[in-house]
Design a protein around this ligand. Structure first.
Ligand SMILES: Nc1ncnc2c1ncn2[C@@H]1O[C@H](COP(=O)(O)OP(=O)(O)OP(=O)(O)O)[C@@H](O)[C@H]1O
Length: 285
């Protein structure tokens, strides 16, 4: 696995942001016709090659922020830019990974992974060669002809990782990608992700409920306030050394300090969201 220097030692904050959300508000019309504010006045920048994790209580707007970056939704107010360009449609150069697998059950591992390059117009022989290379990189060499139902959950995640990374996205949006996995497989996949991220260095926005996972992976952890109208509460720089071994970094004293600091910030938001959920659900704002 390559260990490319971390962005050539350039301080991330000095680079033009890969992702730039400025004072973004997103309102939805609910089925009863009222307006629900999912995100309010949210400002967030992610530098090229930066790994940003977003944590916050359920319903605070984490996934909504990803849909705005991807261009699947437009902001109601404020601006969303990618590499300095305002997002107008589906943002090019973006890869996704979600909690549920996006692998096609009727296609083999090889065909699933080769799909991206084929859609991008790469000829079949090169698409297949590239897919085989990425299947090897995610540790699935020898499983090219298997179908998704013949794989474990962790192996399907590896297919999904290869599917995303084969397109060499400049931005990778990940929405609780490993939350359905058992604890050990999850840690293994997190390490795999860090190793692969180090090769192509996309800017990553990784949404998770798991603060340990966020700290172990990220360069910075963004804490969001409870919804409705979730926004950035605080941002914490994660100054832990890389490369990191996810299973071991959590015993580092600095990790424990960071966990305590960030949990202090997150706890009141989790409490707020919990008390709201016990009082009312889906209330308009
Ligand atoms: N298309 C939509 N129409 C109406 N309301 C929506 C829509 N999409 C999201 N919402 C609401 O916006 C709020 C934020 O949703 P979002 O999925 O971004 O939260 P989240 O922080 O990712 O939640 P979780 O941690 O539970 O996945 C929620 O209350 C949700 O119900």
């Amino acid at each position: 696995m390559s260990t490319a220097p971390h962005l050539f030692s350039t301080p991330l904050a000095t680079l033009r942001p890969a992702i730039d959300l400025k004072n973004v508000t997103k309102r939805f019309t609910t089925p009863d016709g009222s307006t629900y504010t999912a995100i309010r006045d949210m400002t967030l920048q992610v530098a090229p090659g930066e790994f940003c994790a977003i944590v916050g209580p359920t319903g605070c707007g984490k996934s909504t922020s990803l849909t705005l970056i991807s261009g699947l939704e437009r902001p109601s107010a404020g601006s969303v830019s990618v590499h300095g360009e305002p997002v107008k449609g589906i943002t090019p150069g973006v890869g996704f990974m979600f909690q549920t697998d996006a692998v096609l059950p009727w296609k083999s591992v090889l065909d699933n992974v080769a799909m991206g390059p084929k859609f991008r117009g790469i000829d079949k022989a090169n698409a297949i060669a590239s897919a085989k290379d990425w299947i090897r990189r995610v540790g699935l060499a020898g499983f090219e002809d298997r179908f998704p139902h013949q794989l474990s959950g962790g192996m399907r995640k590896r297919v999904a990782l290869a599917q995303s990374l084969i397109n060499e996205p400049e931005i990778l949006l990940m929405d609780e990608p490993f939350s359905a996995l058992d604890v050990q497989t999850r840690a293994i996949m997190s390490n795999e992700l860090l190793g692969l991220w180090d090769v192509t260095k996309p800017a990553v926005v990784f949404v998770t409920h798991d603060l340990e996972e966020a700290i172990a992976l990220a360069d910075k952890v963004v804490v969001m306030t409870a919804g409705p109208g979730g926004t950035v509460k605080e941002t914490f720089a994660i100054d832990l050394p890389r490369p990191r071994v996810v299973q071991e970094i959590r015993f580092d004293k600095r990790f424990v300090d960071l966990y305590q600091q960030i949990w202090e910030s997150l706890r009141s938001e989790v409490d707020t969201a919990y008390s709201q959920s016990t009082q009312t659900t889906g209330k308009a704002s």
